[in-house]
Design a protein around this ligand. Structure first.
Ligand code: HEM
Length: 483
């Protein structure tokens, strides 16, 4: 039952005040405990809320790079302290910070996510550490590795073409961000759950927006909060996945038009981990919810940024088009794209990589200190939250000359040095969906450039993080089909 219905307003306010006061004293205790240590320089910001709202509003105003760079300049470009979502936090910067965090998993640090994410994604991989995490990653990677995914390229190709015929063909204007979501979501639903066809009436699709908007923030489960809406949406999506699991179990038992490798759901139902244990139904539900989220919104963000850069830089568009036309020429009329074709899209992938350098879908990710340790001569106390930041290396002119400029040639040859290019993270918790994302981005690029050229309706439209990078007005474009 909802708290607001249970308690009259004064009691509710008193309860909130009590909660805030307790949080305040806990925060002060934690801060005082570390007072005599040589902590990184920085500011904890306001009591309780720390710099949370400053960070979130910088992210939503599209100025997160400036927010981080200002603090690196003011305090220390290697590591500085802040406070986020009620916890003291050290922000690790640059390739050295990335290297330290990525190579210390399960030693000095382990993966950590804000409690809103933990609560929404329950027993999924993001809440697992140590051996359990290794097992779950191995299970998921057995489906998401390139050997498996190469068989799905013709399917991705067909989904991309149906998507473009349905949502782009015959239109003069398209709002990119909401439109490309239909493609990335359709792909995820098809490869993870074998849900095919139009998705606009599916409950999973209609509830996803609310789920996403409550992922990062204070996990206050009161009516009207983003988190409350997200919890409700997550439960409804899970219920839908549960129905699909029930049916699939029956179909697999009776060998009815299903195969153990048709999608990630069947794969998880029939594959045990290396100890012979199968994931429980709840674990399967939670991991599929995680994959649906991690696996479509990141690629959606990348495709929106890609469409912007291709419109802004016609010389880049022309080279991508030339490469894609060349690949088509070598194929028979109407023949599907294969994995080997995608391997030839070298310049196009350099372009996508440069998009991910300049406009990564996420700002970085989090770890937690497992013990007191020293980094850059500072003490990092046990229990502190740690944040590694993508922009602190992607926008460093010592690593990427002229970092503001779009230059796909940076990725030619050996490419950037280790730990400096990190849109997918690194180390034992690196993104599991890198190959999936590469294939879906390149397949989409192939078809969209071959069919259209486009102009931005507002060439100055800004992008913001909420929680993923997205265009503030959805990126409307004017389409010009090739004849
Ligand atoms: C352009 C697209 C994508 C980007 C930029 C991206 C980025 C990231 C980043 C930065 C992390 C955190 C890594 C860390 O903490 O070190 C991550 C984790 C993760 N990603 Fe992705 N991702 C993308 C696409 C995908 C796709 C398509 C899937 C699934 C098919 C996926 C599944 C995951 C999972 C399951 C994790 C958690 C891994 C763990 O905790 O061990 N991602 N991703």
């Amino acid at each position: 039952m909802e708290l607001a219905k249970l308690l009259p307003m004064p009691e509710l306010l008193a309860l909130l005040l009590l909660l805030l006061l307790s949080l305040h004293f806990i925060t002060r205790k934690i801060r005082n405990r570390n007072q005599n240590q040589n902590l990184p320089p920085g500011s904890y910001g306001w009591p309780i809320v720390g710099e949370t709202f400053k960070f979130i509003s910088a992210a939503r105003e599209g100025s997160v790079v400036r927010f981080i760079q200002e603090r690196m300049e003011r305090y220390d470009s290697r590591v500085y302290k802040t406070s986020f979502l009620g916890d003291p936090m050290a922000v690790f910067c640059g390739p050295a910070g990335n290297k330290f965090l990525f190579s210390n998993e399960n030693k000095n640090v382990q993966v950590w996510w804000p409690s809103s994410i933990k609560k929404l994604l329950r027993s999924s991989l993001v809440n697992k550490v140590g051996d359990e995490a290794k097992m779950t990653r191995r299970l998921l990677l057995a489906f998401l590795n390139h050997e498996m995914l190469r068989n799905f390229v013709p399917k991705m190709d067909s989904i991309a073409q149906i998507h473009i015929n349905t949502h782009w063909q015959g239109k003069e204007e398209v709002v990119v961000h909401s439109t490309v979501q239909k493609y990335t979501f359709a792909l995820a639903c098809s490869l993870f759950l074998s849900i095919e066809g139009p998705l606009h009436d599916s409950k999973i699709s209609s509830r996803f927006h609310q789920f996403l908007k409550g992922l990062v923030g204070f996990p206050i489960n009161l009516p009207g909060t983003r988190f409350h809406q997200a919890m409700k949406a997550a439960n409804e999506i899970r219920q839908e996945i549960r129905n699909i699991i029930k049916q699939r179990k029956l179909d697999l038992e009776q060998k009815r038009l299903v195969s153990p490798s048709q999608d990630i759901l069947s794969h998880l139902l029939v594959t045990p981990d290396s100890n012979g244990r199968f994931l429980t139904e709840i674990e399967i539900m939670d991991n599929i919810l995680l994959l649906l989220f991690a696996g479509h919104d990141t690629s959606r963000s990348t495709l929106s940024s890609l469409m912007r850069y291709l419109a802004q830089f016609p010389h880049v568009y022309d080279k991508v088009l030339a490469e894609q036309v060349e690949i088509s020429r070598a194929k028979g009329e109407g023949e599907s794209l294969q994995w080997e074709d995608v391997q030839k899209m070298k310049y196009s992938w350099n372009v996508a990589s440069e998009v991910l350098r300049l406009s990564p879908p996420v700002t970085g990710a989090y770890r937690e200190a497992l013990k007191d340790f020293t980094y850059a001569d500072y003490t990092i106390p046990k229990g502190w939250k740690l944040h590694w930041t993508i922009c602190s290396s992607h926008m460093d002119e010592k690593i990427f000359a002229n970092p503001e400029a779009f230059d796909a040639w940076r990725f030619e040859g050996t490419g950037p040095t280790a730990y400096s290019y990190v849109p997918f993270g690194g180390g034992p918790r690196m993104c599991l969906g890198q190959e999936f994302a590469r294939l879906e981005i390149l397949v989409f690029m192939h078809h969209i450039v071959k069919r259209f050229k486009w102009d931005l309706v507002d060439p100055n439209e800004k992008f913001k993080y909420d929680p993923m990078l997205e265009p503030v007005n959805g990126l409307p474009i004017l389409l010009h089909p090739h004849h």
